[in-house]
Design a protein around this ligand. Structure first.
Ligand code: BG6
Length: 485
């Protein structure tokens, strides 16, 4: 059963208040926390945008765009949530509207002020600075920055400097929503709340690790952003590297902000530069997913468009440290893949000697952490098949399904993270040095792609990516996990 930890009344100011992130993730997250009784009565939500909306028009907009996504909604709870919503028309790049925002926030200086920048990264610095210059950055203000922080190391540094000029690092919350996923936090519990795995968690017992984040969706109307970003910057620089950090980090001293982030940073700093041929990028061609035809990426972009943006990346990386020397980490992510699945596979080494003779194939143990959907943990073990007929061995799953074990709704990542901001707990947020270390590792790859003439390899929508991604792991004598499932 979940427990509601009370928080004090707060104001949440969302720049990009009519945008995709606000309507798809932030408002639904705030609604769920409110419906569960966690949002104190006079807390308010200020949506900031350039649209000429008053409070009522914004409420109608939310009614139309957000409410249908929420399923069954209690009418009284919805009325309470609706009444919290305000709209302030403001030009984030100009001077207009800041006075109106100051007036709207006046008198609530003592309460926690969550300022969420759900905008393109180029606006992060300017908005933070204008917000502070307007005298709105109270001591209890926390600035939340969506990913991506920049598009490379130089732009990330610039943004961090611009923000850092007016906000203390302790007040800056850089979101990677993967860290708010229940199952991702479970990784920390799995490793450090059990004595079973940690002694095996090293090159001595682990052969390799796979991290897969596969999606079936395509552009989802985000072409403007995605086509200039591509999968490496959209997914690997943040979500996949953060997962890698949680798998590979040393035990932190405590589950506390800097203790955890110090250890994650060490992992990022131990990343070896990618070896020649250690990365494959792809772009989907037309295909079908679940029987429905799917157009090619270029077609989704628009008629006559061509693009070199990658919608798929697979890579092998290595960590230069004592624990992981010689253990490859294979990462892959893509859009329009065969099915939606995010999982981490810890592939253990085979037994050193088989008692059962050469004709009996022993599958090495695998620990599979399923992040989504169907959240759970599976340990594949060799077992004896019951019955006569000799000692017949077979790999069988030891399965923990979260849905079967724990009752109730699993909160969305943004619910947890937004409440962490209100509470002032930055453990599950990225520190400046982490973000910059990740970009520092990504940059040379992007630069090499830009210099080269190669285009991403084509893969059929609804597949597991280009053939070269299969070859990437097979040339090391290994296979991607789904082929065993
Ligand atoms: C976002 C990316 O950060 O994560 C999207 O920008 C991607 O391209 C999304 O679809 C995936 O998140 P989730 O929670 O659906 O796995």
């Amino acid at each position: 059963m979940s427990q509601i930890i009370p928080v004090s009344a707060f104001d949440c100011v969302v720049f990009g208040g009519t945008g995709d992130l606000a309507t798809r993730k932030l408002l639904p997250a705030l609604w769920h926390r409110d419906a569960d009784g966690q949002v104190p009565p006079d807390s308010r939500i200020f949506a900031i945008s350039r649209k000429p909306l008053d409070d009522d028009a914004y409420r109608a907009f939310v009614e139309e765009t957000v409410r249908p996504k929420l399923g069954a909604v209690d009418a009284a709870a919805w009325a309470r949530f609706r009444a919290r919503l305000r709209h302030v028309r403001l030009d984030a790049e100009g001077d207009e509207g800041w006075d109106a925002l100051a007036t709207a926030l006046a008198g609530a200086e003592a309460r926690v002020r969550v300022v969420y920048l759900a905008t393109a990264p180029k606006f992060f610095g300017p908005i933070a600075q204008r917000f502070a210059r307007a005298g709105l950055a109270t001591p209890a203000t926390r600035l939340v920055v969506e990913k991506p922080v920049g598009t490379d190391l130089a732009s990330a540094r610039r943004i961090n400097d611009e923000i850092g000029a007016v906000f203390d690092e302790a007040c800056v919350y850089r979101i990677d929503h993967y860290l708010g996923k229940e199952t991702v936090q479970n990784l920390i519990a799995l490793r450090f709340a059990n004595s079973l795995f940690e002694p095996l968690w090293s090159s001595q017992w682990i052969d390799h690790v796979q991290i897969t984040v596969a999606e079936t969706v395509g552009l989802e109307g985000r072409a403007g952003y995605y086509d200039t970003s591509g999968a490496l910057r959209d997914m690997v620089q943040n979500h996949l590297l953060q997962l890698l950090c949680l798998v590979a980090m040393e035990p932190p001293r405590a589950f506390a902000a800097d203790a955890v982030r110090d250890e994650k940073l060490k992992v990022l700093r131990a990343l070896r530069p990618l070896a020649e041929g250690a990365i494959v990028r792809g772009q989907y061609a037309a295909g079908a997913i679940d029987g429905a035809a799917v157009p090619a990426y270029a077609q989704e972009l628009g008629p006559g468009r061509v693009s070199r943006a990658e919608t798929f990346v697979a890579l092998r990386l290595d960590l230069a440290n004592w624990r992981w020397a010689g253990v490859p980490f294979y990462l892959r992510t893509g859009k329009r893949m065969a099915r939606k699945t995010s999982e981490i596979v810890i592939a253990f080494k085979p037994v050193p000697h088989s008692l059962f003779g050469e004709s009996v194939r022993l599958e090495a143990n695998r620990l599979v952490v399923r992040l989504q959907p169907d959240e759970g943990i599976t340990l594949r073990l060799m077992t004896k098949e019951p019955g006569p007929g000799g000692l017949r061995l077979r790999a069988a799953p030891l399965d923990l399904s979260f849905a079967e074990t724990f009752a109730g709704r699993f909160p969305e990542a943004y619910e947890r993270l937004l409440m962490d901001v209100v509470r002032g707990n930055p453990t599950l947020f990225m520190r400046r040095d982490e973000v910059e270390a990740a970009w520092g590792w990504i940059d040379p790859v992007v630069r090499a792609w830009e210099r080269g003439a190669d285009a991403p390899k084509s893969y059929v929508a609804g597949s597991w990516g280009p053939a070269a991604a299969t070859a990437l792991i097979e040339r090391d004598g290994r296979t991607w996990h789904e082929e065993l499932a």
